[in-house]
Design a protein around this ligand. Structure first.
Ligand code: SAH
Length: 219
């Protein structure tokens, strides 16, 4: 299949760009990104670019998805199990469902929440044929997290606000890691990772990123 070869080329590019975690490279190679975007954009699906998914939202670049999932898997709780799956994960911003599908390959369970009904339904339709029994799609305001599924071994956000909602940290398990874009002073958005360790909460700012805004309420 042509898309398979193009996707494996994308995986080799990700490895060349520094993604080293085999779990992540395998997951990126397993999920058909072209099946998550409109037909007219499918030819671009394996380029390293973000693409529109409707309602003013975008699917992140493959390199950003791979980078964030790699960071998530480096959670303190998994430090001595470099091959293992992460436990239960909360994703804020389901969008078209692509990253949720990637996460299903490297975690035991995924709760993914989206505030826009149109995208929640699009993700449902995109994921249905994949029959991923461990992915749970929720319509709701992810700024509240999703307490019913807590605590989470990992939390990953695909939308960025001025601050990290307190609910996310509350719902993170000991040893868990949160990866999210957040406003970083006047410098624009940056990725932040937060680890809940037995020494306390540790926060680290990483590279600049450019995610859609985190908004409250459902629409
Ligand atoms: N992971 C997605 C990326 C989608 S873009 C994918 O693979 O396609 C980010 C998404 O976050 C948008 O769909 C936007 O509607 C959603 N979003 C923004 N604020 C939100 C909130 N408070 N709760 C849930 N979703 C939110």
């Amino acid at each position: 299949m042509a898309s398979e070869a193009v996707r494996q080329r994308m995986v080799r590019r990700l490895a060349a760009q520094g993604i080293a975690d085999e779990r992540v490279l395998k997951a990126m190679g397993a999920v058909a990104r072209h099946a998550f975007v409109d037909g007219a954009l499918a030819a671009q699906a394996y380029e390293d670019t973000s693409l529109p998914i409707g309602l003013g939202q975008t699917i992140s670049k493959p390199s950003v998805v791979a980078r964030m999932v790699e960071l998530l898997l480096a959670a303190p709780a998994l430090a001595d199990q470099p091959q293992a799956r992460l436990g239960r994960v909360l994703e804020i911003g389901t969008g078209c469902g692509y990253q949720a599908a990637v996460l299903s390959h490297v975690t035991r369970e995924v709760y993914s929440i989206e505030r826009l009904r149109g995208l929640h339904e699009k993700a449902r339709a995109n994921l249905r044929p994949l029959r991923l029994a461990t992915v749970h799609l929720l319509l709701g305001d992810g700024m509240q997290g999703y307490p019913a599924g807590a605590p989470y071994a990992g939390i990953i956000a695909a939308a960025g606000g001025a601050d990290l909602p307190a609910a996310w940290l509350d719902q993170l398990a000991p040893g868990g890691r949160l990866v999210a874009p957040v406003q970083s002073g006047n410098a624009g958005q940056a990725l932040v990772i937060i680890d809940k360790t037995n020494r306390g909460v540790e926060r680290r700012f990483l590279e600049a990123v450019n995610f859609v805004p985190l908004k409250s309420g459902i629409a």
